[in-house]
Design a protein around this ligand. Structure first.
Ligand code: SAH
Length: 465
């Protein structure tokens, strides 16, 4: 008996016209995304995202991604164009995720976007996000209200300068103050706020490079004008003495190169990822074609962790579970692939005991792996040649199937090493990739490496011996 698996694109009632989710990404720390937002982003066909959405967050999802911000090196999107782009994708019947920094309805122009959707008869939902004020408040220990000290809070904007408002509230939070901090402070003083009022500027709130500037209203007005971006200005008596030494600033920041998930204790560390490779899913149609003839193969050989992850993802999307592979022998040529398979309830029939290259070839020879028809799910970069050659020499037929693509990684946002305490290099390739972005490593940074070859590469490239 066959049953049909519902398409992941189906949204009740709005099947043909597509559907749009306006999602708040939160202030920066990727873990501050809601569970609902995360689910929808995983299911989306296309994600249109803004400047303030961190690349670390966006890289977790595999939909088509369209940057709609104003970065200098790419097309500058005006709001009308963004609206058109959202509508265009929705009318193609897609599940569209419109991802915005913070909350879509707090200085986020979410209101304008839904108006356009309404006018075009396109169904939508709004998923709230943690707004920058809430993120900054939590990650700097500034309560926005506090019994007996502050019983009201107002969110305001420092832009445009000639329209700065100073509402009657105990705590004021100003957004968009990059170049207008002094204008806001002047407006606040004109409204009668005292020179000894406590003030904090929180830049890059909830990110590894969060920075806080504090003082009184009088002191900050005397300081030189500076550009703070993105930053919030907070004023009020609830700014306490803990702010400089808050829980977030006490953590060590460790930069992890590569896709190695190290067990850094989150109570002590903030992990800042530095991927060496850009990874994307392969062409689903080609993979599906291969699934249709899966019974032609006698063996599946997984060389890497990602080959397992992507193969199983496509297999599930194809509507199949592990029983689909019930008649196949399953081999891995790395320990990482072996442990990844265990997550899917599969114990590989053959796997290496150590990470020594070439060990698998000995195993294949000893176990008499001959005359098999082997499917090799892998990436496009073809570095499995030694496996293929050895298996072919043993009279096996090996068919590679690209289930993911790897390209060199361009760091979207350049990382500021001044904020980093430790760097972990997971492979020699990661050392080389890092060297192409940064010529030197500041002395205060501790460096650790995964193994001897990585250590040697690091010494050669960064220590000149
Ligand atoms: N919808 C967003 C705000 C967009 S307006 C939200 O709810 O947070 C852009 C402004 O938000 C920036 O100029 C800055 O004032 C503020 N902002 C966004 N992310 C921030 C961050 N991580 N740290 C400090 N300010 C931030």
């Amino acid at each position: 008996m066959t049953t049909s698996v519902p398409s992941h694109n189906e949204t009740p009632g709005t099947h043909r016209k597509g559907y749009v989710y306006i999602i708040g990404a939160g202030p920066g720390d990727p873990e501050l995304l809601t569970l609902k937002g995360e689910r929808v982003l995983r299911e989306a066909d296309v994600i249109l995202y803004d400047d303030l959405v961190s690349s670390e967050l966006i890289e977790r999802f595999h939909a088509q991604k369209i940057y709609t911000g104003k970065r200098k090196d790419s097309h500058h999107f005006e709001q009308d164009e963004i609206n058109e782009e959202i509508v265009r994708h929705a009318l193609q019947g897609k599940k569209v995720a419109r991802l915005k920094g913070g909350d879509p309805f707090v200085f986020g122009r979410g209101g304008e976007e839904i108006e356009v959707l309404r006018n075009n008869g396109i169904g939508y939902e709004i998923i709230p996000g943690i707004t920058a004020a809430h993120g900054a408040s939590a990650y700097t220990e500034i309560p926005l209200t506090m019994r007996k000290i502050s019983s009201s809070v107002a969110f305001c904007t420092g832009h445009p300068i000639n329209k700065i408002q100073v509402p009657d509230a105990d705590t004021l939070v100003y957004y968009m103050v990059a170049s207008s901090v002094h204008d806001v402070l002047d407006a606040v003083v004109n409204k009668g706020w005292k020179d000894d009022t406590k003030v904090a500027i929180v830049q890059n709130a909830t990110r590894y490079n969060q920075k806080i500037f504090t003082g009184t209203l009088g002191e900050l007005r005397k300081r030189e004008k500076a550009l703070y971006s993105p930053a919030l200005l907070i004023l009020g008596a609830n700014i306490n003495q803990f702010i400089e030494n808050n829980w977030y600033s006490k953590k060590k920041k460790v930069l992890i190169t590569g896709d190695n998930e190290m067990g850094f204790n989150s109570e002590k560390y903030i992990v800042v990822p530095f991927p060496c490779h850009r990874v994307e899913g392969a062409d689903q149609d080609t993979v599906n074609q291969c699934f249709k003839t899966i019974d032609d193969y006698s063996v599946l050989l997984f060389p890497s962790r990602l080959s397992v992850t992507y193969f199983f993802r496509y297999m599930h999307e194809f509507g199949k579970d592990v029983r689909f592979l019930g008649n196949h022998k399953i081999y891995t040529s790395s320990h990482a692939a072996y442990t990844e398979l265990l997550k899917y309830g599969v114990i590989a029939d053959l796997h290496p005991e150590t990470e020594r290259s070439g060990e698998m070839i000995t195993i294949f020879r000893e176990k008499g792996v001959e005359h098999e028809n082997i499917l090799l799910p892998c990436s496009n970069n073809g570095n499995n040649e030694y496996l293929t050659l050895a298996l072919t020499a043993l009279h096996n037929r090996v068919t590679p199937l690209s289930v993911y693509y790897q390209g060199s990684h361009k760091q979207g946002e350049t990382l500021d090493l001044d904020f980093i305490d430790e760097i972990y290099f997971s492979s020699p390739a990661c050392v080389r990739n890092f060297k192409s972005c940064y010529k030197t490593i500041p002395e205060k940074i501790t460096v650790t490496t995964a193994n001897n070859t990585t250590e040697n590469e690091f010494r050669m490239l960064f220590m000149n011996h």
